[in-house]
Structure formats: structure tokens, C-alpha cells
Design a protein around this ligand. Structure first.
Ligand code: DX5
Ligand code: ZN
Length: 221
């Protein structure tokens, strides 16, 4: 049974001077999730937003908030992000020495646990939490910035993970994040991803609804 395709615009590329307006525009444009990139300036070389901004985004939309934590010491913070309105909470395997416990903590807060893999990290590194997560986020750029170039090795990784999930019958969403645009979304979905993040690929276009519709159509071809 094919998994529903979900488009998750990343607000990292939004106009932060009009953030609530931009989020409402994404909801009107047919987005499925709002992807929120949290960066602490330590785990990644950039600093973005924290729980107080997620509270504001929460008030602007009913869409699920797909919060991507690019932070150190996620254990200490997942409760704050759950409280601020996150629905899915993504933590980097590379930043969680006790990943199994962190995933359990997110689930115990009633949120969907998501494990995130940097481009170099093998699927094997998270093999023993895969049955416990709602989604795996495969990074197709090195985290920290929007507007970067898609790393092609992500396609093989998606294919490998989808095959593993099918082999074990896991109800697993696969999300891809970084450098995905209209002209390369189809092979990403064909490889087995069903949740697609796009920041500059959507915010860099004049009509968000037209872009999202075109992305869906391209994947349905
Ligand atoms: C990068 C972030 C991505 C990024 C995607 O660290 O995790 O979500 O915002 O932006 P684009 O689609 O422009 O690569
Ligand atoms: Zn992200």
C-alpha cells in the first residue's frame, strides 16, 4: 500500500519578519506539515529559533509541526519542544548518546519520535530503534543552512531503508531534507521517501500552492 506523500515546507527560508503570515500561506497552499529547523550554534554552525517561536507558529496553523532539532543535549530539551507545540520531534542520532532513551522520552510525551541521520551516518547506526520511531529523516545536505545542493547518495540510503522497512513490515515514514526542489523530487519519492522537506524550493518560488501542486504532480507521473 503506497504511503501518502506529505510535503513539509521548511520555514528556515521564510520571511521571518512575517512568519505567521508565511505559515498561514503554506497551510492555504496545501502543505501537509510545517518543518521547523531548530539550530543551537553548537551541533550545527548556525543559530535559529527556540520554543517561544514554535509557540507562535503553533498559534498560526493547525498543521502538524515537524520539529527538527539540530541541537546538542536533546534529552534536556525535548520536553520544552513538546510543550511548545511540536507534533513530531526529530533528534540527530549523532547528537544522542542514549538515543533509545531519547526516543522513548519523546513517545512518552505523546509526540511522534523521529530519528535524523546526517549524510555520512549509516542506517545501521539506528537499526535497533527503527521499530520504535514514527519516521526516519534522511539528510540530503549537511545540516545548518537552507539553499544547499542535494547530496545524491541520499537516494541509495532511502532505497536501503525502505527495503528494510518493507522486509520487517514496519509502519515507517521516510522523510528527506535538504536541496529538494521540483526538478529532483520525483527520484527521491520513487526511491521510497514519502515525506519531503523543501525550504528554498518552495519559498524561492512566487506561488507556494502552484509549486506544491507541481511537486505532487511530478511524483504522481
Ligand atoms: C538544513 C535544514 C533543512 C533546510 C532545507 O539544516 O534541516 O530543513 O532548511 O532547506 P532547503 O530545502 O532550501 O535545502
Ligand atoms: Zn530540517
Amino acid at each position: 500500500m503506497p504511503r501518502p506523500l506529505r510535503i513539509a515546507p521548511s520555514i528556515l527560508s521564510a520571511d521571518f519578519g512575517r512568519l505567521a503570515e508565511e505559515v498561514r500561506a503554506l497551510e492555504r497552499a496545501g502543505a501537509d506539515y510545517i518543518h521547523v529547523d531548530v539550530m543551537d550554534g553548537h551541533f550545527v554552525p548556525n543559530l535559529t529559533i527556540g520554543p517561544v517561536v514554535i509557540e507562535a507558529v503553533r498559534k498560526a496553523t493547525t498543521l502538524p509541526l515537524d520539529v527538527h532539532l539540530m541541537i546538542e543535549d536533546a534529552d534536556r530539551w525535548v520536553g520544552e519542544y513538546a510543550k511548545s507545540g511540536a507534533d513530531l520531534i526529530g533528534v540527530h542520532a549523532e547528537a544522542c548518546p542514549h538515543l533509545h532513551r531519547t526516543i522513548g522520552q519523546i513517545a512518552s510525551l505523546g509526540k511522534k519520535p523521529v530519528v535524523v541521520l546526517n549524510p555520512h551516518t549509516p542506517i545501521e547506526a539506528v537499526r535497533w530503534v527503527l521499530p520504535d520511531v514514527a519516521m526516519v529523516l534522511i539528510m540530503s545536505v549537511n545540516p545548518g543552512f537552507g539553499g544547499q545542493k542535494f547530496i545524491p547518495s541520499a537516494i541509495g540510503k532511502i532505497r536501503e531503508l525502505r527495503a528494510l522497512a518493507d522486509l520487517h513490515g514496519w509502519d515507517l515514514d521516510i522523510e528527506v531534507d535538504g536541496g529538494v526542489k521540483l526538478d529532483n523530487i520525483a527520484p527521491v519519492v520513487a526511491a521510497g521517501a514519502n515525506v519531503v522537506v523543501s525550504g528554498s524550493g518552495i519559498f524561492g518560488t512566487p506561488d507556494y500552492a502552484a509549486t506544491i501542486a507541481a511537486m505532487r504532480a511530478r511524483c504522481a507521473e
